[in-house]
Design a protein around this ligand. Structure first.
Ligand SMILES: C[S@@+](CC[C@H](N)C(=O)[O-])C[C@H]1O[C@@H](n2cnc3c(N)ncnc32)[C@H](O)[C@@H]1O
Length: 444
């Protein structure tokens, strides 16, 4: 499957003008290629250290926005197709190369097989990358493997079950019958969905998906759209906009948004007329939430604290819990999640989600509503959490009705939960994976 990546295919290395002091001639010749260097760092971070892609990007000294975007795209493509590309090179290796070399090789394969980079550039830049990283002994191997792939990629790919290979076994099993559709969905780059501020007109050129949600093609920069500075909209995937919609009429209600930053759902709650307390534990993220609301001209009480230990002065009408989760629903944007998360992370997150549900119980008035949501595809973080909450006897499920989900009927489960995955709405560009359920507080 080819991905559209003019940015990477057009970026060639920039040979250094001057010889660096103390560098060998070869190193000096090949010292500047910020895109591949950053992509290499990102992929190594994920595969060697289980470090999230965004963490490496945040730490990077590469400033140029186009270089960062091209590096992100190259790294994301490599991570998305890691499993099948690994299988592709396997028969061409006589010995197992160290992981660092494998990262460089697969960056090359991604360029050849998925990004339409001209073979001489893909091979040459990987060889240079190895030289720059004191891995020159592997340059012959890279040359041989990548040249062979560039000549024979079609026949070498024959019979490979790409989708199956690109997903770690534990996730493939956990996704069950949804696995193929999910994988096909996450191969696509996510479009840009905007939620419109009350009364704002949609910027031209978008496709209206639902009331107040407009879709622009993948790669659209939100800051370049007219109306951004004026606060006419914010970025929010269609699926992510659904939990608040599913809270129904909330005008005038006292609501806490327990895990609030960067604030997409807080903005929806305030726009719908609720009195909102937004709680966020991380200070920098709370600052971002504040800035986002200011741009949109919306007001909420923002508290920087641990929602697990917060108690309102008077019981609340509703709580929105967009709980910390494995984020497997966001694989289109974050393919690193595939390789960073482990089954034990999901287990620990599920325990945390139960703790948040119990904390929410103490905040609500009797009959108050908990809207539970996670951007996860895992049963343990979705239906299983709700089943556990119901078994406690503290809650009653208020199923989402057919009318409430008339615009997305395939997202309604037989239990009355909301559940999406990246393969849904495929003809319009897909959507994130989300789970949501509505619980009502019962008397003890
Ligand atoms: C899934 S994100 C929330 C996205 C947000 N609801 C939105 O729509 O923009 C989870 C957030 O919860 C925050 N968080 C995690 N644990 C928390 C806690 N114990 N108390 C408050 N916030 C927490 C994280 O810092 C993160 O910003």
């Amino acid at each position: 499957m080819k991905e559209n990546s003019s940015s990477v295919s057009n970026v060639s290395k920039r040979p250094s003008k001057k010889k660096g002091r103390g560098l060998s001639r070869t190193q000096a010749m090949h010292q500047v290629d910020p895109v591949r260097d950053l992509a290499f760092e990102i992929v190594r971070g994920v595969m060697e250290h289980r470090r999230m892609l965004e963490t490496t990007l945040d730490r990077s000294t590469v400033q140029d926005g186009r270089d960062r975007a091209a590096a992100h795209r190259l790294a994301a493509t490599t991570l998305r197709h890691w499993g099948s590309m690994n299988e592709l090179i396997q028969p061409l290796l006589r010995k197992e190369p160290p992981m660092v070399v494998r990262c460089a090789l697969l960056l090359g394969v991604a360029q050849l097989v998925h990004l339409e980079t001209p073979p001489h550039a893909a091979v040459g830049t990987v060889v240079d990358l190895l030289h720059r990283n004191k891995l020159s002994p592997f340059s012959g191997l890279a040359n041989a493997v990548l040249r062979r792939i560039s000549r024979e990629s079609e026949s070498l790919q024959e019979g490979l079950d790409q989708q199956r290979l690109d997903v770690p076994a534990w996730l493939w099993t956990a996704w069950g019958r949804r696995a193929r559709a999910i994988t096909k969905g996450f191969y696509q780059e996510a479009p840009l969905d905007l939620t419109l501020s009350p009364g704002a007109a949609a910027p031209e050129g978008g496709e209206i998906l639902l009331k107040n949600t407009v879709r622009f093609p993948a790669g659209t920069k939100i800051t370049t759209l007219p109306g951004f500075e004026e606060g006419d909209f914010w970025a929010q995937d269609l699926a992510a906009s659904m939990p608040v919609r599913l809270m129904g009429k909330i005008e005038g209600l006292k609501i806490a948004d327990l895990c609030a930053a960067p604030g997409g759902k807080t903005a929806q709650l305030v726009s719908a007329g609720a009195q909102v307390t937004a709680i966020e534990r991380e200070k920098p993220r709370a600052t971002r939430l504040q800035e986002n609301l200011e741009r949109l001209g919306l007001k909420a009480e923002i508290l920087v604290q641990d929602a697990l230990s917060w108690q309102p002065q008077t019981p609340l009408d509703a709580v929105l819990l967009d709980a910390p989760c494995s984020a497997t629903g966001t694989l289109r944007r974050h393919p690193d999640v595939l390789w960073v998360k482990r089954p034990r992370d999901v287990k620990a997150l599920a325990e945390g989600q139960d703790a948040f549900i119990n904390a929410a119980y103490k905040m609500l008035r009797e009959g108050g509503m908990l809207l539970y949501a996670v951007c996860s595809l895992q049963d343990e973080e979705g239906p299983e959490r709700i089943k556990a909450a119901l078994e406690s006897g503290l809650w009653q499920l208020e199923p989402f009705t057919e009318e409430e989900l008339a615009s997305l009927p395939e997202a309604r489960t037989s239990e009355g939960f909301f559940r999406t995955h990246p393969g849904m709405l495929a003809d319009k560009g897909g959507m994130d994976g989300f789970f949501a359920a509505r619980l009502i507080k019962q008397r003890l």
